[in-house]
Design a protein around this ligand. Structure first.
Ligand code: ARG
Length: 302
C-alpha cells in the first residue's frame, strides 16, 4: 500500500511536471510566433521609426522594375501596392495611402459625407474597382478617423484612419514610406499621382487605377497661377501645358516622390484641391505631408 502510494505519487508528480513544461513551452512558442508574425505581417519595425533614413524600412517598394487621373496610364500589378480605395456603401469616394498595417493616410475633406468610421471600408490590393472577388483584395472597416485639428478651413486637409484589424502585407499590399525629417522636395522634381478619379474635367471615373507623372511647383508660382492662397502646408504639382492632373475621386490619394537615398516611394502629398482638372497653368494642390511628419508618426509608430 505504502509502495503503491509512492509510485502513484511519482507518476502524478511526473505527469504534473510534464504538463507544466508543456504549458510553459506552449506559451513560449506562442509568444515567439506572434512576435515573428508581427515582424513579417506588419513591418512597423524599428527601421521605419528612423526619421533620417529609409534604409532599414520595408516601405515604398514597387514590384515593377520601373517606375485618368487626367492623362494617366494603367498601373501594373504590385507597382503601387499602397494605394487604398476608401468606400461607403461599396462605392469609391476617395483614395488613401497605406502607411502601416493599420493606418491609412488620406484627406480630411473625404469625410464630409460621413464622419462615422463604421460607414467606411478601406479596400487594398486591387487595381480594378470592379474586381471584388480577387483573393489579393483585403477590405477593412475603419475603427477610427483622426483629424489634424478641428478647424474647418481648407488648410490641413489631412486625416489618418485606423483599420479595425491590420491588413496582411503581401506582394499586392505594402506600405508607402512616410517622409523623413530630412526629406527634401525640389521645385521641378518629377513625382507620381495615382487614382481612380475622373479622367477629364466633368468626365467619368476610371475602374482601373491610373498613374501620371507631374512636376513640383514652388508655392509662390502656384499662388500666382491659381490666384488663391497656398499655405506652407500645401504643395502644388502639375505640368505647364495641363493634361496630367488629379481630379474628383482622386482626393486623399498620394503624391509619391522617390526618396533620394533609396529610391523608395515617399508619400509627399495628399490630393486635395484644384481649379478644374488638367487645365494649362493650373497645378493641383496637395497637402504637404512633410509638414505633418511628427503628427503622422506619433500615430503610426506609437
Ligand atoms: N477635391 C478633389 C477630390 O475630392 C480633388 C481635386 C484635385 N484637383 C486637381 N485639379 N488637381 O477628389
Amino acid at each position: 500500500m505504502k509502495l503503491l502510494d509512492t509510485k502513484l505519487l511519482k507518476v502524478l508528480a511526473f505527469c504534473g511536471v510534464f504538463l507544466l513544461l508543456a504549458a510553459v513551452g506552449g506559451v513560449i512558442a506562442l509568444v515567439v510566433l506572434s512576435l515573428q508574425s508581427n515582424n513579417v505581417i506588419c513591418a512597423d519595425s524599428t527601421g521605419c521609426k528612423n526619421s533620417t533614413s529609409l534604409q532599414n524600412c520595408d516601405c515604398g517598394i514597387s514590384a515593377a522594375a520601373t517606375s485618368r487621373i487626367i492623362g494617366g496610364s494603367d498601373v501594373t500589378t504590385g507597382q503601387f501596392p499602397f494605394q487604398v480605395s476608401l468606400q461607403t456603401n461599396s462605392s469609391h469616394i476617395c483614395g488613401g495611402t497605406l502607411v502601416s498595417c493599420s493606418w491609412v493616410l488620406t484627406a480630411r475633406h473625404c469625410f464630409s459625407g460621413s464622419t462615422t468610421p463604421q460607414d467606411w471600408v478601406a479596400v487594398v490590393g486591387t487595381l480594378n474597382l470592379n474586381d471584388v472577388t480577387s483573393p489579393n483584395v483585403q477590405k477593412r472597416v475603419l475603427k477610427n478617423i483622426v483629424y489634424y485639428n478641428t478647424s474647418s478651413s481648407n488648410d490641413n486637409d489631412i486625416a489618418l484612419v485606423e483599420l479595425q484589424s491590420p491588413v496582411v502585407f503581401t506582394e499586392f499590399v505594402q506600405p508607402a514610406c512616410l517622409p523623413l525629417d530630412t526629406t527634401m522636395l525640389t521645385v521641378g522634381q518629377t513625382c507620381t499621382i495615382l487614382g481612380w478619379g475622373l479622367t477629364s474635367e466633368g468626365g467619368s471615373p476610371s475602374y482601373n487605377l491610373l498613374q501620371a507623372q507631374i512636376n513640383l511647383y514652388s508655392n509662390s508660382e502656384c499662388q500666382n497661377l491659381l490666384n488663391t492662397p497656398i499655405t506652407n502646408s500645401m504643395i502644388c504639382a502639375g505640368v505647364p501645358n495641363g493634361g496630367a492632373d488629379t481630379c474628383q475621386g482622386d482626393s486623399g490619394g498620394p503624391l509619391l516622390c522617390a526618396d533620394n537615398e533609396t529610391k523608395k516611394w515617399i508619400v509627399a502629398g495628399i490630393t486635395s484641391s484644384g481649379h478644374g482638372c488638367g487645365r494649362p497653368n493650373s497645378p493641383g494642390v496637395y497637402t504637404r505631408t512633410t509638414d505633418f511628419n511628427s503628427w503622422i508618426r506619433s500615430y503610426v509608430f506609437s
